[in-house]
Design a binder for this molecule. Structure first.
Ligand SMILES: [Zn+2]
Ligand SMILES: [Zn+2]
Length: 169
């Protein structure tokens, strides 16, 4: 995800390069990222446009078991050079912009990390219909029924189970 763009920067606006990406990315590099990015020379710098897929690992928000989810996202960011490739003059792009380092390496990692964070769902589930945990013994009901919920002993218990279900929606 670190691409030398010295050549592309010397080309006219609209010039393009395509790169296949298959690397570890994200927070602490724990996400296997696959996709394809197109680098396009713009008047100010280089536009990086790509579509990526990665697997998110986390805990299920209902039963706290392991949850995996594949997410896809589209990235589109313009990277501005900090040095003019032909004159060698130092440029001063605004600090909020992504930049191309003075060795002409365009580093996609920070942008990708931010896109992955934005694409992570706030609630991960181990499976779409995860039944959660038993309110009595705490066992994850996805891995088997402990016998508490399916055999409620009286009506008050039924109501408790019912309101528990409603609270989860
Ligand atoms: Zn679960
Ligand atoms: Zn139980």
């Amino acid at each position: 995800m670190q691409i030398n763009v010295a050549q592309l920067l010397k080309e006219p606006v609209g010039a393009k390069r395509n790169y296949d990406i298959d690397e570890l990315a994200g927070e602490n590099g724990q996400n296997r990222l696959k996709g394809r990015v197109e680098l396009i020379r713009t008047s100010r710098g280089i536009l990086a446009a790509g579509k990526f897929t990665t697997d998110i690992k986390g805990s299920c928000s209902r039963c706290l078991g392991e949850a995996n989810k594949q997410i896809s996202f589209i990235m589109e960011e313009e990277f501005l050079p900090v040095i003019d490739i032909t004159s060698g003059i130092h440029l001063h792009p605004p600090p909020e912009e992504f930049t191309i380092a003075d060795n002409h390496i365009l580093d996609l990692r920070e942008a990708i990390r931010q896109y992955i964070i934005m694409a992570i769902p706030t609630r991960l589930l181990c499976r779409p219909d995860c039944p959660g945990i038993c309110p009595v013994c705490g066992q994850g009901l996805a891995s088997g029924n402990c016998g508490h919920v399916s055999q409620p002993c009286d009506d008050r218990w039924n109501k408790l189970v019912q309101s528990e279900k409603e609270n989860k929606i």
